[in-house]
Ligand binder design. Structure first.
Ligand SMILES: [Fe+2]
Ligand SMILES: [Fe+2]
Length: 149
């Protein structure tokens, strides 16, 4: 079965990435701070798209009551997130710390759009911590129960 990140989340990631690239072109302290965000963000985004977010692609089917044996391939992703959750959360701390500096620089240098972007990406990280990561982990635990029975 093909595990795909829900389109809405993929669009959001792509948008955040594009806005960050724009911010790096702002010059001054803002551009430097945006580059610092990009340095801590890149590998993190790649990991999310590899294993933290694709399991969410079967959430709707699960909620409709569909459970298929080939959904088991999602377990290697959900297990990996469960094992690396602590690291992912530490990465969020560094990302948010760099975003706070970006927001300061952008506000001081008259780039309200970049300051807004910083807020948006901080909110994105909170949504992942509060909703998306836990959901991915629960998908794994639920599937293990359902496929064992
Ligand atoms: Fe993300
Ligand atoms: Fe994240």
């Amino acid at each position: 079965m093909l595990m795909e990140i829900p389109k809405t989340l993929k669009i959001e990631h792509d948008e955040l990435h594009a806005e960050l690239v724009e911010a790096t072109k702002a010059g001054g302290r803002t551009g430097q701070a945006a580059n610092a965000v990009a340095r801590v963000l890149h590998d993190h985004f790649v990991k999310e798209e590899q294993y933290a977010l694709p399991p969410l692609g079967i959430l709707k089917r699960l909620a409709h009551g569909t459970v298929q044996p080939d959904m088991a391939e999602v377990l290697q992703m959900t297990d990996r997130l469960e094992a690396e959750l602590g690291t992912m959360l530490v990465e969020h701390e560094s990302i948010v710390a760099e975003l706070a500096k970006l927001k300061d620089a952008a506000s001081a240098e008259g780039h309200p759009d970049v300051a807004l972007f910083a807020d948006k990406l901080m909110l994105h990280a909170r949504t992942e911590e509060d909703v998306l990561y836990p959901t991915t982990i629960l998908i794994g635990r639920y599937l293990k129960l359902m496929l064992a029975g």
